[in-house]
Design a protein around this ligand. Structure first.
Ligand SMILES: Cc1cc2nc3c(=O)[nH]c(=O)nc-3n(C[C@H](O)[C@H](O)[C@H](O)COP(=O)(O)OP(=O)(O)OC[C@H]3O[C@@H](n4cnc5c(N)ncnc54)[C@H](O)[C@@H]3O)c2cc1C
Length: 427
């Protein structure tokens, strides 16, 4: 039985109760004084937007939050599950507490949107529902066409990305556990921009942390399509040299262009790399629903937005958040940043729906921790403010920075930072 079916059985009564309280297709404006906002995607961006729309409108905006999955599983800290120092349960949270703010949760997949009639179609459980404004925070999907061999179902089972935390995180951990001592673990990094610049290098640290204890003769090869480590290179090199000497081999300018399921190998422009476990992270674009509804308007990959409101430049009345956006200069694709996008959008939508002007001076901040082991972490932070001349968010010089790898105490801060964000968006 799939986990989805199990959930439907376990929570059927409660969820159907919530569904029947929605007036399918009815004009939303009649139900709340300011109207209805539908939020697609209850990850870092969408869950934050939903909660703060309710709080900052003082309940005057009806908020429907849709996600395929009732459980939130965090990508941040999922590398620690691969390293063995955290469990899936520790990085998973229920979304139910958002109901305390009056957010209506719908667990289903959105399959289509009609922006003219302002209606959303669902895969399984709900009839069409209408909205006054739409927020889309679907995260990323993969450009599998960049790696033709991945079409093979056998290759899909073998070459995991584990770049959307969940079943693939568990499966990749099992592959690492099953690997022989002396085996080779290959991680392929796509060209930037991709979700979370430091995360592939953090993953190399976490795999090495595990191998050092369980299979010390093993090796990690990082095949990086970029010309250098894309985030805090000196800090990662120091961690690799000081903690895991001789275990991690880094190859820059090594773009994986195909995979070979039979040979258990990946090919780059100039070489073939074999491995016991191959973690292939394909290039990415905005989540599929953003693509199918025509929101992708930059490089055929990302959704451009007005940074005062997060409103799509392709479609009026639709706001796009998180990794799906065309990032502003030097802005990371991170959970922290998606959480900030959620608040920016919520504040702007409350103003717009009240007939007022949104703030002309948004400021966003980001902090990302990378764990070098179970306890040691380093961090990078940045602040981004709106520049009216350039009509985008720009980094504030001197306001961010990096901290070198620190002992236990800093590692605890990294874990606390993740927990604080989960509390901010889900409770
Ligand atoms: C290994 C790894 C480590 C990371 N570490 C960090 C870190 O330390 N700090 C940090 O800040 N960031 C980190 N990140 C990045 C972070 O995970 C993302 O930037 C963040 O998840 C983006 O939030 P989002 O809202 O755009 O997308 P997501 O959080 O992915 O949420 C998207 C949601 O939309 C739902 N969805 C999509 N399409 C539909 C549909 N059609 N119908 C219904 N639901 C739909 C999905 O189910 C999902 O729940 C890491 C990422 C990875 C892979």
């Amino acid at each position: 039985m799939t986990s989805r079916r199990r959930f439907l059985q376990a929570s059927g009564a409660a969820a159907l109760g919530a569904a029947s309280s929605l007036v399918n297709g009815a004009s939303p404006a009649s139900r709340n004084s300011l109207g209805r906002v539908m939020v697609i995607g209850a990850g870092y961006g969408g869950a934050t937007a939903a909660k703060y729309l309710r709080l900052w409108s003082r309940g005057a905006i009806e908020v429907l939050l849709v996600d395929r999955d009732p459980m939130f599983v965090s990508c941040p800290c999922s590398n620690l599950v691969l390293g063995g120092s955290r469990t899936m349960a520790e990085i998973s949270r229920t979304r139910n507490k958002l109901r305390d703010h009056g957010v209506q949760l719908l667990f289903d997949e959105v399959t289509a949107i009609d922006p003219v009639k302002r209606k959303v179609k669902f895969k399984e459980r709900y009839a069409d529902l209408s909205y006054d404004r739409l927020v889309v925070s679907p995260g990323i999907d993969f450009m599998d066409e960049a790696l033709p061999g991945l079409k093979n179902p056998e290759a899909q089972k073998r070459f995991l990305h584990a770049w959307q935390a969940g079943p693939q995180t568990i499966a990749l951990r099992s592959q690492l556990e099953a690997m022989r001592d002396g085996g080779v673990f290959v991680i392929s990094v796509p060209l930037a921009p991709y979700r979370c610049a430091p995360a592939p290098y953090e993953r190399a640290c976490q795999a090495a942390f595990y191998f050092r204890q369980a299979k010390p003769r093993s090796k990690i090869i990082v095949l990086d399509a970029n010309e250098d480590i894309t985030s805090t290179p000196a800090l990662f090199r120091a961690a690799w040299n000081e903690l895991y000497k001789g275990m991690i081999e880094y190859q820059p300018n090594a773009q994986v262009v195909d995979v070979d399921a039979r040979g258990n190998a990946v090919t780059t422009d100039s070489d073939t790399a074999k491995g016991d476990v191959l973690n292939v992270i394909p290039p990415m674009r905005a989540g599929e629903i953003a693509r199918s509804m025509g929101l992708i308007d930059a490089n055929k990959r990302w959704c451009d937005v007005n940074w005062l409101t997060m409103e799509s430049t392709a479609m009026k009345g639709v706001h796009v958040l998180g990794d799906a956006t065309l990032s502003a200069p030097a802005m990371p694709k991170s959970g922290q940043m998606a959480n900030q996008h959620g608040k920016l959008a919520a504040a702007a939508i409350v103003e717009i729906m009240n007939g007022r002007e949104p703030s002309a001076y948004p400021v966003l901040a980001n902090t990302c921790y990378s764990f070098a082991s179970d306890k040691e972490a380093m961090h990078i932070s940045s602040v981004h403010r709106y520049d009216a001349g350039q009509k985008t968010l720009v980094p504030v010089p001197g306001a961010g920075g990096i901290s070198p790898r620190r002992s236990e105490v800093e590692g605890v801060y990294g874990w606390a930072c993740a927990q604080n964000t989960w509390a901010d968006m889900l409770t």
